[in-house]
Design a protein around this ligand. Sequence first.
Ligand code: SF4
Length: 337
Amino acid sequence: MIRCDVCERRCPLGPDTSGYCRMYHAPHGLVEERFPDRWCAYATARMETIPFYHAWPGARCLVVGTAGCNFDCRYCANAEVVKVDPAGQQDVMLDILPEDLVAVARKRGCRAIVFSVNEPTVSLPTLERVSVAARRAGLVMGCLTNGYATPEGTARLGAIFDCVNVSLKGLSPEFCRDYLGVPDVGPILRNIQALARTTHVEVTTPVIEGINSHELSEMVDFLAGVGPDVPWHAFRLLPEYKMRQEDYPSVAAVGAQVEAAARGKLRYVYFHNFIGSRWVNTLCPGCGEAVIERHSLGCGGDRLQAVHLDGGACPRCGASVALRGDPDPATAKEACS
Ligand code: SF4
């Protein structure tokens, strides 16, 4: 029996022991994937949907996922995929080699491949192979992660992905235990700092009114310490899975809490996941001008509307706007027309 070094659960693995996520085992004394190159789905979307607002704005991306997760979130939106034993899903999984996945992305006009259905940490070797093929084809890689990898796993995530959105869901040990199924947030905070040193990082906080909303200010203080340019997405959580009976959070109440928590501390603050949000534009950090306009369609379906940048800077005051990758010219033009 060996210990898995991919995430902080550090599960014992053996030939017949597959760990909490059920995606790794150790038939030969090393950590191995049980289901390499197997995908639950792929679909075409825009970077804003993930959400990435400051990485390749407007670019088309191929969204992919596998199976399994190392968390047990009470409000999981993809429970049908991540809570089911991956072994029992294999008859509906897609067998796609890295080069073929890249070919699909290119055929669909994608600039990026983004892993976001479940947790990328549970499929690292497959994603490493995809990233090699993607780079060869000139594509970039992105992911949404819970940030609970080990330092070794985090280094691998940083090497695979050109942009990472880390979900900072809560801070207190009680919240982590009761709502996520892990003992504490320490590894996630450590990994946000580590990833921000090696790749583009955005952070998303699903806000549950009255449950983690009182921690927003402390989260913002932490992120400001990582860097005031880290984009922060407060995400209006629509409870699913074990919280399906809960009320939807109030947009006005959560919006006020987000504004109060972030004022003057972070340069790029967003609040979305509902139709018509007024918090989805990128404002110039120098003069407050809306330099990238977006439209919020709800349920993560945000869309680029217009880009008003002059060589990456505000056309009014000249302040530089933190972006990884240029806005997609076709999308920006199409969005403006
Ligand atoms: S990646 Fe999976 S098997 Fe490895 S420690 Fe985490 S939950 Fe356990």
